[in-house]
Design a protein around this ligand. Structure first.
Ligand code: HEM
Length: 357
């Protein structure tokens, strides 16, 4: 079934119409600000710990009606996926509450690849590169202390949520700065609240991952739709019990063990935006009742054998798109293309798909 959205193609982007475009040097500033004092410049500045797995993507019978991209019109497309923790700390803390990442590379014919990068946070912290830089500066990890029971009671009397207790071994955290920033900037409130309550998944394949930005997909009849993608785990979403002591290192072993027994699957869901939805601000949600199309199933059946080359050294890039899928005018999506390229170069990764080296 084709759903034509009146007026979508007449949509004029705020950015194209002359929005905040002075982003000189911004991509590099963003990478620098993300580097944590307890990080390692030889590794990714965020999403530092990860594991990759391989498998294939099969489109749903209706996917080709909505998008001409090759992987929505080919019976089976090979994929590599890197799952990751969000933190840029060089110490692994699987059991801590944190955003998780799922970067998917579809291997198309003629050695062309296309990437879809997603995370467990449904909305981003800021609408533009400049506001994200301001957010990241304020949320730079700083010494973190919990509250005494009396301070917690005082917070409750003042109708404020008491601070969470630090995890064992946790000395610095972005939390205080992020909350301070959200207090002053309404657009950051949804992302900060969601990040604060996100918890830890029991498995990398028991979490839902959102690509967050809006993309424009083209159908065979040339209809264009403004859409957002989400991976939904077939095994269902399940978090660890926050009342139990956190375990530092379990997610890689869990995936190895699970895929050794049976494949893991995700559905790729595509929400179709409507007039009035924000097409270029990744910090703003769309109404939950937007039409959602099931675009296909991802099956993962093996953990990659060479985790150095096929995980640590790999470079994903949200700008690596293919015919039939375009970036919207979202300025955060656009700056990420260069930021990831710079980061990949700095950490000596396999050249980023856009690198001139
Ligand atoms: C201006 C905003 C952003 C900046 C500057 C930024 C920056 C970065 C950088 C520098 C890396 C490491 C790249 C590498 O060394 O290969 C990275 C990785 C990652 N980012 Fe972002 N990011 C931004 C927004 C987002 C958003 C909105 C998402 C979710 C859709 C996201 C999800 C991820 C994931 C999943 C990874 C790990 C990719 C991998 O496994 O290699 N980021 N980010």
């Amino acid at each position: 079934m084709l759903h034509v959205l009146p007026g979508q193609s007449e949509y004029i982007s705020k950015t194209q119409a002359g929005g905040d475009m002075d982003d000189t040097g911004m991509a590099e500033k963003l990478v620098r600000v993300l580097q944590r004092p307890d990080g390692d410049t030889a590794l990714r500045p965020v999403h530092t710990f990860g594991i990759s797995a391989t498998g294939f993507f099969e489109p749903s019978p209706i996917a080709g009606n909505f998008c001409v991209a090759e992987h929505f019109n080919t019976a089976k497309t090979g994929v590599i996926v890197r799952f990751s923790n969000g933190s840029g700390s060089a110490t692994r803390r699987d059991g801590w509450s944190d955003v998780r990442g799922m970067a998917v590379r579809f291997h198309l014919t003629d050695n062309r690849d296309t990437d879809l990068i997603a995370m467990t946070l449904p909305e981003f912290f800021a609408p533009t590169p400049k506001t994200f830089l301001e957010f990241a500066e304020e949320a730079a990890p700083a010494p973190y202390e919990g509250q005494t029971p009396w301070q917690k009671i005082l917070s409750l009397i003042q109708l404020k949520l008491p601070k969470r207790d630090p995890y064992p071994g946790e000395t610095i955290s972005p939390d205080d700065g992020a909350i301070r920033f959200a207090d002053q900037n309404a657009y950051a409130q949804l992302g900060v609240l969601q990040a604060a309550t996100i918890g830890a998944p029991t498995s990398y394949v028991r979490a839902a991952y959102h690509a967050v930005h809006t993309f424009i997909v083209t159908a065979p009849d040339k209809t264009q739709r403004w859409v957002r993608f989400t991976w939904q785990p077939i095994a269902g979403v399940l978090r660890t019990d926050p009342n139990l002591p956190p375990v530092d290192d379990y997610l890689d072993a869990e995936l190895q063990d699970r895929l050794g027994k049976e494949p893991a699957r995700f559905s790729l869901m595509m929400s179709i935006g409507e007039i009035g939805d924000d097409f270029e601000d990744p910090s703003r949600p769309w109404p939950p009742h937007r039409i959602r199309v099931m675009m296909g199933t991802l099956t993962l059946d093996a953990v990659s054998k060479n985790q150095l080359e096929l995980c640590e050294k790999l470079s994903f890039n949200p700008g690596l798109l293919t015919d039939g899928i375009e970036a919207s005018a979202d300025p955060v999506l656009h700056i990420r293309k260069e930021s990831y390229e710079i980061s990949s170069e700095w950490r000596g990764a396999t050249p980023c798909p856009f690198s001139q080296r």
